[in-house]
Design a protein around this ligand. Structure first.
Ligand code: FES
Length: 82
């Protein structure tokens, strides 16, 4: 069971980022929430969507190939984006 304050983000193979949480809100840089019409939320990671930040299926048309799957032994490198 995932604690309530954690959200799981799943990477689809060669596809979007899926957020399963029914209560997740996606906001723009001004803090304005996007209307979400479909769950789970699928965020584009191929860069090709015409509906960014959401996936519109373009990744299939452009043959998007994602990086390798997670390596549990790899050091996690993150960067604070703000
Ligand atoms: S990941 Fe689906 S359109 Fe970009």
């Amino acid at each position: 069971m995932i604690p309530r304050w954690l959200v799981r983000v799943r990477l689809r193979e060669n596809g979007p980022l899926l957020i399963d949480d029914d209560e997740v809100t996606i906001v723009d840089w001004n803090g304005q929430p996007y209307a979400i019409s479909k769950r789970p939320v699928a965020l584009c990671r191929c860069g090709g969507s015409a509906s960014k930040p959401f996936c519109d299926g373009t990744h299939r048309k452009i043959g998007f190939k994602a990086d390798n799957a997670a390596d549990e032994n790899a050091e996690v490198k993150t960067q604070n984006a703000e």
